[in-house]
Ligand binder design. Structure first.
Ligand code: HAM
Length: 490
């Protein structure tokens, strides 16, 4: 027997009967996003890996463990060198001049693994006298490879910079709906391909506490419009880069005596990005962190004032929240306001959405020095938490029943005339009994059926039956306008 294939782990097919619910979610969200002045942007689903490394952060779980990189077969070496602006000929000429040619195989991959034997890295440095060039050779995956997008913010910022939006307007408001990819261990609510509804407000005039409040209120409004009510909003402020630095120093100092008791992940986090320790799901790590006295001491007066204004604006909009000083988020780019919305009914993967301000990302990615704030909601988790059974499946306006070969040709032509006149319709492409075709019409939820048999053909008429009331009408087969009218209005 031939091998059958299943979807890759952590992904799923969205079947036609589910698509109606997806369309409903997307329609409600689009409507609200537009009401709030956000315009849709569609970016590629893959970008240079380096974009994500430099925005989401080298030490984040996403970059460390979850990036789905695309691999190209063939020409890897040439492609990689070209992409990073190095001429492969030059690289190897330098290697030959320095007596490396005999030592290494001229394939980039081998070169890398050879160089990884630490002892030669120092010598290589002498050859290239430029850390960045060496970095590019040692870690070409970050400079040359492409990754499926793990989130939307980095791509939107890239598009903002590339298209010079700062020269076009003082504040750009974007939204996006689409798939994201993270190589996580799949479980309920945690997928490798999932979908987000997100919004980002970027520009010289985006630094306003009212915009933070708007972004938070908008994400809440979308959830409410979809019938969700049982969720909590956690809010915190990380402050600016200097405040974050102070926060890190405080945590390093406080956690030093107990850092040996952390899980192996947090031992690394403690060294590289101590804020992440606050995010760990491990119970032992959480217990250690719970013992800390974390409040807003790291915030400057200015940052504290800003956060107070965000809270005030939310109060005015009657959005309820809980200030949660341990909320730091797992992505590097945040500054000032961060928030997370969770639904207790979802169990361990309970975050419906999250977001916050990122004051420095645009400039860090080579763009102008402008602020930004945004959020993303996870569609699959919204669907898990949404009240069931509200969305009506799409229905057909009409189902045409042909009872013999001759009527079939006429029915087929009529079906196309009606479709061209914006009536949704279908038919069976095999002639069968009236009873079985009626059953099919019912299954498809057709509002009306048109019956065409020998008698109708002789008179040049069709019988139109309302499936709900049972009312019947007879009409000339050529009178498309009247047939349409009956189907759509009676
Ligand atoms: P995030 O917290 O990584 O933030 O993801 C936002 C939401 O996407 C999560 O709350 C969750 O609902 C959903 N999500 C994330 N990973 C998965 C997964 N593996 N399976 C199913 N759903 C998932 C961001 O992505 C930021 N870009 C949000 C943002 C926008 N910040 C500023 N602007």
């Amino acid at each position: 027997m031939n091998k059958k294939f299943n979807v890759p782990r952590g992904t799923s097919d969205i079947l036609p009967k589910e698509v109606f619910t997806w369309e409903y979610v997307e329609k409600e969200a689009r409507q609200l996003l537009r009401n709030y002045g956000y315009n849709e942007i569609r970016t590629p689903i893959f970008e240079k890996s380096e974009l994500f490394v430099r925005s989401v952060g080298q030490t984040s779980d996403i970059v460390q463990k979850q990036m789905l990189n695309l691999s190209f077969q063939g020409f890897v070496e040439k492609y990689q060198f070209d992409e990073i602006g190095l001429d492969s000929g030059d690289v190897f000429k330098k290697l030959i001049e320095n007596g490396w040619a005999e030592k290494i195989s001229p394939t980039q991959i081998r070169l890398k693994s050879y160089l990884f034997e630490g002892k030669v890295i120092g010598e290589m440095k002498k050859v290239f006298e430029d850390d960045e060039v060496l970095d590019k050779i040692l870690f070409p995956q970050y400079y040359t490879s492409l990754s499926l997008r793990p989130e939307g913010t980095a791509s939107i910022v890239r598009a903002y910079i590339q298209n010079n939006f700062d020269r076009l307007e003082r504040l750009s408001k974007f939204f996006y709906i689409g798939p994201m990819f993270r190589g996580e261990r799949p479980q309920k609510g945690r997928l490798r391909q999932f979908h987000q509804i997100g919004a980002e407000a970027i520009g010289p005039e985006s630094c306003s506490p009212y915009l933070d409040a708007e972004i938070i209120a908008l994400s809440v409004a979308i959830l409410k419009a979809l019938g969700l009510s049982d969720f909590n909003l956690k809010l915190n402020s990380l402050g600016d880069e200097e405040d974050k630095e102070n926060f890190s120093k405080y945590l390093k100092k406080e956690l030093k005596p107990v850092s040996g008791n952390f899980c192996s992940n947090c031992q690394r986090r403690y060294r590289l990005n101590v804020l992440r320790v606050l995010d760990c799901n491990n119970k032992d790590c959480q217990a250690i962190v719970d013992g800390l006295d974390i409040h807003d001491a790291h915030l400057s007066d200015k940052s504290r004032e800003y956060f107070k204004e965000v809270c005030g604006a939310l109060d005015r909009l009657k959005v309820s929240y809980e200030i949660f000083p341990k909320l730091v988020r797992g992505l590097d780019y945040y500054t000032h306001t961060v928030f997370e919305i969770s639904a207790p009914s979802l169990g361990s993967q309970d975050a419906l959405g999250a977001g916050g301000r990122y004051s420095n990302l645009v400039s860090q990615l080579g763009g102008p020095d402008v602020d930004a704030v945004g959020f993303a909601l996870g569609i699959e988790r919204i669907l898990l938490a949404m009240p069931k059974g509200d969305v009506e499946a799409g229905k057909l306006n009409v189902f045409i029943i042909a009872l013999d070969e001759k009527s079939f040709l006429k029915a087929f032509a009529l079906l196309h005339q009606l479709r061209d006149a914006d009536v949704s319709g279908d038919m069976s492409y095999r002639i069968s009994s009236m009873k079985s075709q009626m059953r099919l019409a019912n299954k498809k939820g057709a509002g009306h059926v048109i019956i065409l048999g020998e008698a109708e053909m002789q008179k040049g008429e069709v019988t139109i039956k309302n499936m709900e009331s049972g009312d019947q009408a007879v009409e000339s087969i050529n009178n498309i306008k009247t047939i349409k009218n009956i189907i759509l209005n009676q």
